[in-house]
Design a protein around this ligand. Structure first.
Ligand code: BES
Ligand code: MN
Length: 455
């Protein structure tokens, strides 16, 4: 192993240059104008994989292409692990809040700033660097590896499930490894054993056939923006709970044991509040902030629009109002059932003065896995060796839609060894990735294959 570790150290600055190249692609999966950038980025990943000695191919899908790359000569006699990551990123808007442009990487201290640096390009590149170190130093990998790096994670991974079904045999493996979650602090590595699920939808309230003069007509027709705000205001109660009948019915309560463990994490609400810049934290009564963000369901407005948004004023009653909403779900809740509950409740509270259209979007089930399996123990040992500190177990609030499909289609569990810090600004302006997390992530990946191959 020493040559592998030395190689990673010696090539540290080249790996950073490669990450800079990778984040220059504006691979925004949600925006159709970036289709060519998506393809170019995927092709870059294929070339990067080939250069380090992996057998790589670009696989077309109904949506964005998937990169599939394998260590040579899989022979079925060694354990096989699948490493999943995504090259797509969230939209960079609002541009004006970025200190430097989102797709022009800037290094400042031990951080690289760019959209996708943390979520998820830096994290999947760490795994590729580790494999390169094995190959270039002639160190035998104790297992076979397959990398699946997709381009639709940030929009719900619609194509990947089909891909898994089509290639079920060739992707048969012992476990999936993902670095696309967080760690609480640079010095505290973490193994994540649960993720929240998600259900996304959009509501459009249609009012008059066109924008109307609010003086001439105001008072006689409903204002869709007002009606929508009144409906939305009814979706939560004064205890911070989602006020939709049946919403909590299937929620699995946290065990006393888990609550005890969470309370021991290096997480203080005062620091958390400061980091987020809010005047006061908000949340469901009866739960700590850590519990609220990882193990309780929510309903959030992600975007809200209607009427005139330009400078100055315009006196109209808008023709329509629109809101984008997602709910985060916890173990035992089902996205399709939740969408139904929400839709039927909305129908009940929608006034007859507007017409409501509901579009349901992507969904993903919540995920939870045993943190005591022998694979999880191996992952904990790899984290400890790389970071030189005792790793913690945690639940995360974000979603990775495909993890449930890995279980359902390939029949395997996913180990989530995240490298993102709480202040990485994922999905926000000035996203960054910590270069120490990058380097230690590479080491972790190098150790992981040794630990997982141990019987
Ligand atoms: N890396 C995140 C998920 C994540 C972040 C998990 C932090 C745990 C902790 C992933 O790229 C992501 O953002 N997923 C989306 C999925 C959605 C668009 C279907 C999410 O959670 O919003
Ligand atoms: Mn993301």
């Amino acid at each position: 192993m020493q040559p592998v570790i030395d190689f990673l150290k010696q090539n540290e600055s080249r790996f950073i240059d490669e990450l800079c190249e990778y984040v220059r692609f504006p691979s925004v999966s949600a925006q159709p104008q970036h289709r060519p950038d998506m393809k170019a980025c995927a092709e870059w990943v294929v070339r990067r994989c080939e250069r380090i000695g992996l057998q790589a191919q670009l696989c077309q899908t109904q949506g964005h292409p998937i990169v599939l790359a394998k260590t040579p000569k899989h022979n079925g006699s060694r354990p096989h692990f699948l490493v999943y990551g995504h090259y797509d990123v969230q939209p960079p808007e609002p541009f004006e809040l970025w200190k430097t442009p989102p797709f022009e990487p800037r290094i400042e201290g031990r951080s690289i700033f760019a959209r996708g640096a943390s979520d998820n390009k830096g994290q999947n590149l760490a795994h590729l660097a580790a494999v390169e170190a094995y190959f270039k130093t002639g160190t035998e990998l104790p297992c076979d590896l397959t990398f699946v790096i997709e381009g639709e994670e940030e929009v719900g991974s619609a194509s990947l499930a089909t891909f898994l079904k089509e290639r079920k045999d060739e992707l048969k493996c012992n476990a999936v490894v993902i670095s696309d979650t967080g760690m609480p602090d640079k010095r505290v590595p973490a193994l994540t054993y649960a993720l929240r699920g998600i259900a996304a939808f959009e509501i459009i309230l249609h009012g008059p056939a066109r924008d109307l003069h609010s003086g001439i007509f105001g008072g006689t027709v409903d204002n869709p923006a007002m009606a929508l705000c009144q409906m939305l205001a009814r979706l939560r109660d004064e205890n911070g709970r989602v006020a939709i009948p049946g919403f909590y019915d299937d929620v699995e309560e946290l065990s006393a044991y888990e609550r005890e463990q969470f309370a021991r994490l290096p997480f203080t609400e005062a620091q958390y509040q400061h980091m987020l810049g809010v005047p006061k934290l908000f949340g469901e009564k009866g739960y700590t902030a850590f519990e609220q963000r990882s193990a309780r369901p929510t309903l959030e407005i992600n975007g809200l629009t209607s009427g005139y948004q330009g400078e100055g004023s315009k006196t109209i009653i808008p023709a329509w109002a629109r809101v984008k909403i997602t709910t985060r779900l916890v173990p035992n809740q089902n996205p399709a059932k939740i969408i139904e509950l929400v839709a039927s409740h909305l129908k009940k509270i929608c006034p007859p003065t507007v017409r409501m259209e509901i579009k349901s979007g992507h969904g993903a089930e919540p995920y939870i896995v045993s943190p005591t399996s022998s694979q999880a123990q191996a992952a904990l040992r790899a984290l400890k060796s790389a970071f030189g500190a005792e790793p913690i177990l945690m639940r995360e609030g974000g979603s990775i839609p495909i993890v449930n499909d890995f279980k359902k289609i390939l029949g395997v569990d996913t180990l989530m060894l995240g490298l993102a810090l709480p202040d990485d600004n994922a999905h926000s302006p000035n996203e960054k990735f910590d270069l120490d997390c990058f380097a230690k992530g590479q080491l972790m990946s190098a150790y992981l294959w040794q630990e997982l191959a141990k019987k």
